[in-house]
Design a protein around this ligand. Structure first.
Ligand SMILES: [Zn+2]
Ligand SMILES: [Zn+2]
Length: 116
């Protein structure tokens, strides 16, 4: 059984708009600002230790607004074993692996936020 809700069909990054757009198998389209993605970096370093790593984003991430800097400029998106993507940032940080589940839960559109 394929979980269409957490199957990414297409991923596009726009450096001018500072947005990553993901089309999901169920037809939903998510748009993630670079700032949100960096604030939500799931790696142990950004989360403050392995014990704080979660399979879903913390609620307070949605309130964080990081300014424009190398830390919030996306350099590269790389597929990781079919279960997610690794994001590399202009400041060299590349520890964060975003699983499809995590990424879908991170969708900040009104529809998805209303479900919370
Ligand atoms: Zn990180
Ligand atoms: Zn959404």
């Amino acid at each position: 059984m394929i979980n269409q809700r957490e199957t990414a069909l297409q991923i596009e990054a726009s450096k001018s708009k500072r947005v990553v757009e993901v089309k999901w198998g169920d037809g939903h389209v998510s748009r993630y600002g670079f700032s949100l993605l960096r604030a939500a970096c799931p790696c142990a370093g950004c989360r403050g230790g392995h014990e704080n790593m979660r399979s879903e984003p913390d609620e307070d991430i949605f309130l964080v607004e990081l300014g424009e800097s190398d830390a919030t400029m996306l350099a590269q998106i790389e597929a990781v074993g079919g279960y997610g993507i690794r994001l590399t940032w202009q400041d060299g940080h590349s520890d964060g692996i975003f699983t499809w589940h995590y990424l879908r839960e991170l969708c900040s559109c009104a529809e998805c936020r209303d479900e919370k």
